[in-house]
Design a protein around this ligand. Structure first.
Ligand code: NAD
Length: 279
């Protein structure tokens, strides 16, 4: 499954949407100078510029207090030029991430992490959903992977990837199993999957023998190893799988494209062009 090609098409659609809307504003906040976060933020801004989104790159020092960050988030909540707002995680240890996530205005929460958005997804009436889970679903949709009644197995239960992917698969009428670090006999579970989504952050966790012939495999993992960027799934799995995403070039580019689409959705919600389910 070619994430680069689909992401490029989506970015083209987003550019047309932005032009039609007149302007779309996205603000990002990075606290500290974690190199991986810096790279993600720069990619998000490059992609935003390309599609005409007005993106503001706010940087705060690593020693910023929770109260200072909350005050800053509140300013952006009240700034009419900001449609989408995201605070890059992880945050430094003196800041409670859950408190900051709750402080973001739900209608601007393009990462879909605010309890209102997470709750609406749980209730099957999604508002904002994170870009990575949406990217996984967009790939499955693009390749017309049947989900209704399918046995879907998700490895990973993070709030950012595993849980929202599981809820989206459930909403698409798949029969969903969620596996995690305490799952016993992981291979036995993954072998049951018609559709396997792996987001564990462990290079090569899923081996050739852990997947059945003809399964569809989405590898969300991005692991920096001495041999370069590696997914959570051994590339040899592609010999058995009907469809599989490569790393890089699979879910990664989709995440950026769907974030841009989420910014457009935030602008539509805020202008009353689309009903916001969390309002
Ligand atoms: P996380 O560390 O928050 O969660 C990992 C999950 O995997 C946990 O629920 C844990 O229980 C489970 N897990 C860990 N080891 C396991 C094992 N041996 N067996 C079974 N389950 C295990 O990570 P995350 O934020 O969900 O990210 C997961 C991976 O996806 C990482 O490699 C991350 O870099 C990548 N990621 C990629 C994108 C993208 O755009 N492609 C976006 C977000 C995350």
């Amino acid at each position: 499954m070619d994430g680069r090609a689909l992401a490029e098409r989506i970015r083209g659609e987003v550019a047309a949407d932005v032009a039609a809307l007149g302007r779309v504003g996205l603000a990002t906040v990075l606290v500290g100078d974690d190199p991986a976060s810096d790279l993600y933020i720069r990619r998000k801004h490059e992609a935003s510029r390309e599609v005409g989104i007005e993106a503001r790159d706010h940087r705060l020092p690593a020693e910023t207090s929770q109260q200072e960050l909350l005050r800053f988030v509140d300013e952006l909540n009240h700034d009419d030029a900001v449609d989408g707002l995201l605070v890059q995680l992880p945050l430094p240890p003196q800041i409670d991430e859950a408190v900051v996530i709750r402080a973001v205005e739900p209608v601007k929460d393009v990462d879909g992490l605010h309890p209102v958005n997470a709750g609406q997804l749980y209730l099957g009436r999604a508002g904002h959903v994170g870009a990575t889970p949406l990217g996984v679903m967009a790939l499955l949709g693009e390749y017309r992977v049947p989900l209704e009644g399918a046995r879907a197995v998700v490895v990973g239960r993070s709030d950012i990837v595993g849980k929202p992917v599981a809820l989206l698969l459930l909403a698409a009428n798949a029969t969903v199993t969620v596996c995690h670090s305490r799952t016993v006999e992981l291979g036995a579970r993954t072998r049951e999957a018609d559709v396997l989504v792996v987001a564990a952050g462990r290079a090569g966790l899923v081996a050739r023998e852990d997947v059945r012939d003809g399964a569809v495999v989405v590898d969300v993992g991005m692991n920096r190893t001495p041999d370069g960027l590696r997914g959570d799934v051994d590339p040899a799995v592609s010999e058995r799988a009907a469809l599989m995403t490569p790393v890089p070039g699979g879910v990664g580019p989709m995440t950026i494209a769907l974030l841009l689409q989420n910014a457009v959705r935030a602008a539509r919600y805020r202008r009353g062009l689309l009903a916001y389910p969390g309002g």
